[in-house]
Design a protein around this ligand. Structure first.
Ligand code: EPZ
Length: 433
């Protein structure tokens, strides 16, 4: 097991590179299954989730290898249309294999994702959508067993309620090679989904309305391999903007490079500016100028272009660094607060009431031994440790490694006292002599 050991108080300064997007990379990898031949994907980050999904693709018959900053995926032989529980339980986006395998092979046996660190994350929209495209669906021993009549799905109309990133991706994977036209209403418009649609189009899919709430698809029998480059990670960008606001110094602004500021949506950028922090955008560089004193700003998460739920834990730490009280409300996942008890151990004055957290800023955070519970919770503990007095040990950082590439290298290059250490989680605590 590994942990990060962080001693707080150092200023964050210098340049932080933004890695490629995890949540766009995964759909791009799934799309590669739809066409026999080799896809060349550029800018695929080195993350646990990418490694896990590469194994999922290999089990189906693809050959996946690293090339430069990306992946080569040879999907000439997809001869085992299955995604096993052992891998799907580690990374729920493996459920994209339902649409990819139905779209390529006309059948699929994919494990249901099961629970998540913060409670139920249903897949009813995925299942109902596949049925609307003609798939027969059975549930056998925790697996979704799906097949298309005569080996190919037919077009259909699907209305997503609520709008869902995963369901939009999964249904586009299935509809792209269906016989006839399909329509997805209330589709997700996150940048990750738009980039995914651009790759499908590069592979020969016939889509109209990408980036809008209504996507029309004219199915084609097979897609062809493509060379395609991924986009930067908008959630890492937001995370680092918050890091610069709480740990940066006004006279030495932090520069974020390789970024797409337009991918974060107006709600986050507006809330960020209302704290008194400023930013200057020049091409793919963003200069972050923190204020002398942060103003607390309450936020409510929503689907894109709303405030991302994947940044609410990080925003909670920002509020702890402000003078005054404010709230974080998560309307997307009403129970995504496993980080709160860990942050409270560091001295954050925080109270959870339903899907709202109230944070009373102004208390000095103190280092402690804390435990990661999920990806974004993990990074919020790192942010808190950066500004806490003393040393913090953030355990179980396998959660963090799912979605942040070389985090300790990036932060230590920018002045933060942070190192990775192995530890035995079950070792008896040292008994004082
Ligand atoms: C994607 O998850 C992201 N994951 C999540 O990021 C992100 O938090 C989430 O979108 C919301 O933005 C990836 O892209 C791999 P949804 P996804 O389906 O697709 C409900 C991270 O930290 N819903 O858009 O699973 C659901 O309960 C991860 O990188 C149904 O009701 O999210 C939620 O309230 C965590 N039925 C809402 O839709 C369904 O069948 C949005 O979920 C599917 C979803």
């Amino acid at each position: 097991m590994e942990k990060l050991v962080i001693t707080g108080g150092n200023a964050l300064r210098g340049t932080l590179p933004i890695s490629a997007s995890k949540n766009a990379a995964l759909p791009l990898m799934a799309a590669a299954i739809l066409g026999p031949g080799t896809c060349r994907l550029g800018r695929i980050p080195q993350l646990r989730d990418i490694t896990t999904f590469s194994h999922v693709l290999r089990i189906a018959g693809a050959e996946v290898s690293r090339e430069g900053d990306g992946l080569l995926i040879d999907a000439s032989r997809i001869n085992f249309p299955e995604a096993p529980y052992e891998l799907v339980k580690k990374m729920r986006a493996s459920f994209y294999m339902l649409g990819a395998l139905l779209g390529r092979c006309g059948r699929a046996r994919v494990s249901l994702p099961g629970g998540c660190a913060w409670g139920p994350r249903p897949v009813n929209l995925h299942i109902d959508g596949m049925k609307a495209l003609g798939a027969t669906i059975d549930l056998e021993e925790g697996y979704v067993v799906a097949s298309a009549p005569n080996g190919r799905l037919h077009g259909g109309t699907i209305v997503l309620q609520p709008s869902s990133v995963g369901a939009t991706v999964n249904l586009l994977l299935a509809a792209s090679t269906a016989r006839g036209g399909s329509r997805i209403e209330n589709a997700a418009i996150e940048p990750d989904v738009v980039v995914f649609c651009e790759m499908l189009q590069a592979m020969g899919a016939r889509l109209h309305g990408t980036g809008t709430r209504t996507i029309e698809i004219e199915g084609v029998p097979l897609l062809r391999p493509a060379t395609f480059a991924n986009c930067p990670d908008r959630i890492e960008l937001g995370t680092f903007m918050i890091a610069a606001a709480i740990a940066g110094i006004p006279e030495k602004p932090v520069t974020l490079t390789g970024a797409r500021a337009d991918h974060l949506g107006q709600d986050f950028m507006g809330a960020f500016l209302r704290t008194g922090a400023r930013f200057e955008i020049a091409d793919d560089k963003i200069l972050i100028i923190p204020p002398e004193v942060l103003t607390p700003v309450s936020i409510v998460t929503a689907i894109y272009p709303g405030f991302p739920t994947d940044l609410q834990a990080q925003w909670t730490v920002l509020l702890a660094c402000c003078e005054g009280t404010a709230t974080v409300t998560d309307q997307v996942y009403g129970d995504r607060f496993n980080h709160i008890p860990e942050l409270a151990r560091m001295g954050i004055e925080v109270r959870v009431n339903g899907n709202t957290v109230t944070v009373a800023g102004g208390t000095k955070l103190k280092g402690a031994r804390v435990m990661s519970t999920d990806l974004r919770a993990s990074v919020s503990l790192v942010l808190a440790a950066m500004v806490a007095e003393g040393t913090t040990h953030v355990g179980r950082i396998y959660h963090l490694d799912r979605g942040y590439e070389r985090l300790e290298d990036k932060l230590s290059t920018c002045g933060i006292d942070i190192r990775r250490e192995a530890y035995d989680e079950f070792a008896a605590p040292e008994v004082p002599a």
